[in-house]
Design a protein around this ligand. Structure first.
Ligand code: NAD
Length: 800
C-alpha cells in the first residue's frame, strides 16, 4: 500500500476527549487536519440539559463529553490552539453513534482512560471500523502496546504503534513512537514523519517497556529526589532551588512541576512501574513515601486543587509544605555556596559541574540524585531504547531539561565522575566501564568534518541530521562565516544564500547587530542571491538593547540617542531596499526591535510558536526603528485610492501598538495585523532556516525585483481625532495611566501622519522623523526611564 506523506494527511479521529485527547485533537487541528473527537455517551442528563428539554437520545447530550472537551480548549491557558478558530476543525461525536465515521480517516489516535481493559474494549470497536491505509495509534503513557494489540488481525497490527504525546501536546516537543514486534517499518516511519513534519514534534523511537523512555527515567529521577530529600533532611524549597536552572532544568524544578502535572497523575505513572517494572528490586525503587499518598488522599493534588507541595494563600502569598508535619509554612529563602557557584558558571555543563563538585549539602544532594539517575539510565540502554541518543532526546524534549543524562555525564566528565561513583560503591553498568577502558572519554564526539557521533555498541555512530535541519553553529565551525562581530554574523548557507544571525545576549539589538545588518546588505548586494534573517537563540530577539538607551537617557545624552535611532532606522531601510530577496524567519519571542527587523523583509516565515509584537509602550516608548512606518506603508499599499478610508485600519494598528499586544502564535499574527498575504507560517521550526532559504531561492529564480513605494498615504487629522478620543475615554475610565495617555498621544500623532489632511501623501523619511521625535521626547520622561529600569531589573513591564 502506498504510504501517505505528511502533507497528504487530511483527516483524523481521536477517541477519548479528556485532558490529552482534546489537546491532541487541537494540535492536529493546528496542523490543518480535520478531526473527529469521540467520547462515551453519558448515562444521565444534567440539570441544564433537562431545563433545555433535552433527553438522553438527543445528539447534544450524547456528544456532551466531546463537545465539552472542545469548549475547554478555548478556555485553556496557554492555549492548545494556534488560533481559536481552529477549534472549528474538530467535530464532536460519541463512540456509540459515530464509530462508522472512522472508515477512511488517515489517522486514529486512542486517548482513553489509562486502563488496559478499557483500552482493549475501545480497540475492539476501532478494529471493527478500521480500513487499511489508516494509521492507528495509542497515546498510552505506559501500558504495553503489545498487550493492546494482542489477538488482532495481522494487517491491523502492522498499522499500529504507540504515539505518546507529552502534556501539553502543542508545547511539549516530545512524541515517543513505540512500535510493537508487528508494527510495519513503514508504519513507524509514517508515524515519525507525521509527528515531525506535520505536527512539528521531536520523535524518539522507544521500546515497548513500562513507561517507555521519558517517564521511566523521569519518574525514577523524581522518586529518587523525594527519597534523597527525606534522607538529607531538605525542604521542598531547597530541593526546588537545587533541581531547577542550577541543574539546567526548568524553573518549576521538582515540586512546582509535580503541582502542575498533578500529584494524582504522577502517582498513576509511578503506579505502573511499581506494578510492571521487570524486577522486584526495581519495583521497590518506585515506592512513593507515605506522606505523598497522604497528600493525594487529602485531595491536595497540586495546582488544580489550589494546593499540593505549594499552596496559594491569596494576595500573592505562597506557602510550602513541610512533609514531616504536613503543615504549610512560609517559603524559606535558599542560598548556598554551591548554588552561587552554579549561578556564576557559564552554560549548563559548567553549572552542573560547579554544583556537583561543591561539597556542601546542596552540592552533595545534587550529586547523589544525579549519579543514581545516570547509572539507572545507563542500565537501560538497549532495554528502553536502542541508543543513548534517543534517551537524551526523550529527557530533553519531554521534561525541558537542557541536557539529557548522557550529555550531563559528558559535561561533568565521564571518567572522573565514574571513578567517584565507584569510590562510593555505586555499581556502574559494565558497558560504561568497558567504554572507558577502551580509552573513550565522552559518550558523544564532535566529528572533525561536520556533525557529531554517539556511543553505540562499543563504537561511535554518526548522529543523522536531516539536511533540512540547518545548524548555523555547525556551518560556522566548518568555516562558513562571511563576516562577524560580537552581536551578529553573516553565514554562507550555500547556493548563494547568506544568513544574518543575531547572537548578542538575549539577541537584543544594539550597535553591533545594526552594523552587521548594514555590512550584510553590502555583501549580499554584491555577491549573493538573497538573505535569510534567522538565528538559533532561545528567542529570535527580545527587542532593542534598552540598557544602553537608559544609560544615555539618564546622562541626558540626547544626541547619542538621536544617533542610535538614526542608525536603527537607516539599517532597517537598507535592509528593505536591498535589491535581493530577504526572508526573515522569527521564532519564539520576537518583540519590539525584533519585529522591526522582520518587517522590512520581503517575506516573513513565522514559526508556529512565535510571540510577535511591538511592545515598546511597556517600557514607555514607541516603535522608532521603522515599526510604525512599516505598518503605515503596508496599509497605504493595500489601500492606495483616495476613496479608501484608512481610519479604521489605523485605529487597529494603534490599538495593537498602544496595548503592546503580542501574538499567541505565528498564525495569530494575522489577528494583530502583522501578517501580510505573502507571509507564511511553519510548524516544523527545525526547518525554518532551510525553508527560508528555499523561499529566497524561489524568489530569486522567478526574477525578484524589490518594489516599495517610498510615498505613504496617511489617514491624517480625522484619524488622530478618533485616536485621541479613544485615549481620553480610556483615561477617564481609569483604564490607563496619565503616562500611558501621553505615550498613546504621541503614537496617535505618528500613525495619523502628523498634522496633515486625511489622505495626504508623505515620505518614508517624514514618518521616520515623527517616530524619532516622539521617541526622543519620551526618553526624557522620568516615568519612561522608570519603566525601562523596571524592565531591566525584573523582566516585566511597569505600569506607572
Ligand atoms: P482523562 O481521564 O482526562 O480522559 C480520558 C477520557 O477517556 C475521558 O474523557 C473518558 O470519558 C474517556 N473514555 C473512557 N472510556 C472510554 C471509552 N470506552 N470510549 C471512549 N472514551 C472513553 O485522561 P487523559 O489524561 O486524557 O489520558 C488519556 C490517555 O493519555 C491515557 O492513556 C494516559 O495515560 C495518556 N497520557 C496522559 C498524559 C497526561 O498528562 N494526562 C500524558 C500523556 C499520555
Amino acid at each position: 500500500m502506498a504510504l501517505k506523506r505528511w502533507n497528504e494527511v487530511r483527516t483524523a479521529a481521536v477517541i477519548g476527549s479528556g485532558v490529552m485527547g482534546a489537546a491532541i485533537a487541537a494540535h492536529l487541528a493546528n496542523a490543518g487536519i480535520r478531526c473527529l473527537l469521540l467520547d462515551v455517551v453519558p448515562n444521565s442528563i444534567t440539570v441544564e440539559e433537562e431545563i433545555k428539554g433535552l433527553a438522553l437520545t438527543d445528539k447534544a447530550v450524547r456528544n456532551r463529553l466531546a463537545t465539552q472537551g472542545i469548549a475547554r480548549l478555548k478556555k485553556t491557558n496557554p492555549s492548545p490552539l494556534y488560533m481559536e478558530a481552529f477549534a472549528d476543525r474538530i467535530a464532536a461525536g460519541n463512540t456509540e453513534d459515530d464509530m462508522p465515521r472512522l472508515r477512511g480517516v488517515d489517522w486514529i489516535i486512542e486517548a482513553v482512560t489509562e486502563r488496559l481493559d478499557i483500552k482493549r474494549v475501545v480497540w475492539d470497536a476501532i478494529e471493527a471500523h478500521w480500513t487499511p491505509g489508516t494509521l492507528v495509534s495509542s497515546n498510552t503513557s505506559g501500558i504495553s502496546l503489545t498487550a493492546i494489540a494482542e489477538g488482532r488481525g495481522q494487517a491491523f497490527k502492522e498499522s499500529f504503534v504507540g504515539t505518546h504525546f507529552f502534556n501539553p501536546p502543542r508545547y511539549m516537543h516530545l512524541v515517543e513512537v513505540i512500535p510493537t514486534a508487528d508494527s510495519a517499518h513503514d508504519t513507524v516511519e509514517q508515524a515519525r514523519e507525521w509527528c515531525e513534519r506535520r505536527l512539528g514534534k521531536g520523535v524518539v523511537i522507544a521500546k515497548d517497556t513500562p513507561n517507555f523512555i521519558g517517564n521511566r527515567i523521569g519518574t525514577y529521577s523524581l522518586v529518587t529526589t523525594l527519597r534523597e530529600m527525606e534522607r538529607a533532611g531538605l525542604t521542598i524549597e531547597e530541593v526546588d532551588a537545587i533541581t531547577g536552572p542550577a541543574m539546567g532544568r526548568p524553573k518549576s524544578a521538582t515540586f512546582r512541576t509535580l503541582d502542575l502535572v498533578g500529584l494524582d497523575t504522577f502517582m498513576h505513572v509511578v503506579g505502573n512501574l511499581t506494578e510492571h517494572a521487570p524486577t522486584e528490586s526495581e519495583r521497590q525503587l518506585f515506592k512513593l513515601p507515605s506522606w505523598y499518598h497522604k497528600l493525594v488522599e487529602q485531595g491536595h493534588i497540586g495546582e488544580k486543587a489550589g494546593q499540593g507541595f505549594y499552596k496559594k494563600e491569596g494576595k500573592g502569598r505562597i506557602t510550602a509544605l513541610r512533609f514531616d508535619t504536613m503543615q504549610y509554612a512560609d517559603r524559606q529563602h535558599v542560598q548556598a555556596a554551591s548554588l552561587e557557584a552554579a549561578k556564576r558558571a557559564n552554560g549548563t555543563g559548567n553549572k552542573l559541574k560547579a554544583l556537583l563538585n561543591t561539597k556542601d549539602k546542596y552540592g552533595t544532594f545534587a550529586w547523589d540524585t544525579t549519579k543514581q539517575m545516570l547509572v539507572y539510565s545507563a542500565s537501560l540502554v538497549g532495554v528502553i531504547a536502542d541508543d543513548i541518543h534517543n534517551i537524551d532526546h526523550a529527557i530533553r524534549w519531554g521534561f525541558n531539561w537542557q541536557l539529557g543524562p548522557f550529555e550531563m555525564w559528558d559535561a561533568i566528565g565521564v571518567r572522573e565522575s565514574t571513578a567517584r561513583m565507584q569510590a562510593e560503591g555505586v555499581d556502574v553498568p559494565a558497558w560504561v566501564l568497558e567504554w572507558l577502558a577502551a580509552g573513550h572519554e565522552t559518550f558523544y564526539m564532535k566529528l572533525p568534518s561536520k556533525g557529531k557521533a554517539y556511543a553505540h555498541l562499543g563504537g561511535y555512530r554518526n548522529v543523522e541530521t536531516a539536511p533540512q535541519h540547518i545548524s548555523l553553529r555547525e556551518l560556522k565551525d566548518a568555516g562558513a562565516t562571511i563576516a562577524s562581530n560580537a552581536g551578529a554574523s553573516l553565514i554562507d548557507l550555500g547556493d548563494g544564500v547568506a544568513c544574518l544571525e543575531f547572537h548578542s545576549p538575549n539577541n537584543a539589538i544594539g550597535g553591533d547587530i545594526l552594523s552587521m545588518i548594514q555590512r550584510s546588505v553590502e555583501l549580499v548586494e554584491q555577491q549573493y542571491r538573497g538573505l535569510v534573517v534567522a538565528n538559533e537563540g532561545k528567542h529570535f530577539c527580545v527587542g532593542a538593547n534598552i540598557m544602553q538607551l537608559l544609560a544615555e537617557a539618564q546622562a541626558e545624552e540626547w544626541e547619542e540617542i538621536d544617533d542610535i535611532i538614526k542608525h536603527f532606522q537607516q539599517s532597517m531601510l537598507r535592509l528593505k531596499r536591498l535589491q535581493k530577496p530577504v526572508v526573515a524567519a522569527p521564532h519564539q519571542m520576537t518583540l519590539g526591535g525584533g519585529v522591526e527587523a522582520c518587517l522590512p523583509a520581503d517575506v516573513i516565515l513565522f514559526s508556529a510558536e512565535t510571540y510577535f509584537g511591538l511592545v515598546e509602550t511597556g517600557v514607555g516608548l514607541i516603535p522608532a526603528g521603522g515599526g510604525c512606518k512599516e505598518l503605515l506603508q503596508q496599509l497605504s499599499a493595500r489601500f492606495p485610492h483616495a476613496e479608501d478610508d484608512l481610519t479604521p485600519h489605523v485605529l487597529r494598528i494603534f490599538e495593537t501598538i498602544a496595548m503592546a499586544k503580542v501574538s499567541t502564535s505565528g498564525f495569530d499574527t494575522e489577528r494583530l495585523g502583522y501578517r501580510r498575504p505573502k507571509d507564511e507560517v511553519l510548524i516544523d521550526s527545525k526547518r525554518r532556516i532551510y525553508e527560508a532559504k528555499q523561499i529566497v531561492l524561489a524568489m530569486d529564480a522567478s526574477g525578484f525585483s524589490s518594489e516599495h513605494s517610498p510615498v505613504i498615504r496617511v489617514a491624517g487629522r480625522e484619524a488622530k481625532a478618533a485616536m485621541k478620543l479613544a485615549i481620553q475615554g480610556m483615561r477617564e475610565g481609569g483604564y490607563i495611566s496619565e503616562h500611558d495617555a501621553l505615550i498613546a498621544n504621541k503614537l496617535a500623532h505618528i500613525l495619523s501622519g502628523g498634522d496633515v489632511p486625511s489622505g495626504a501623501l508623505v515620505s518614508e523619511q517624514y514618518v521616520l522623523d515623527l517616530e524619532r521625535e516622539a521617541f526622543l521626547s519620551l526618553c526624557g520622561e522620568q516615568k519612561t526611564q522608570q519603566r525601562m529600569e523596571h524592565m531591566l531589573r525584573t523582566g516585566k513591564p511597569l505600569r506607572n
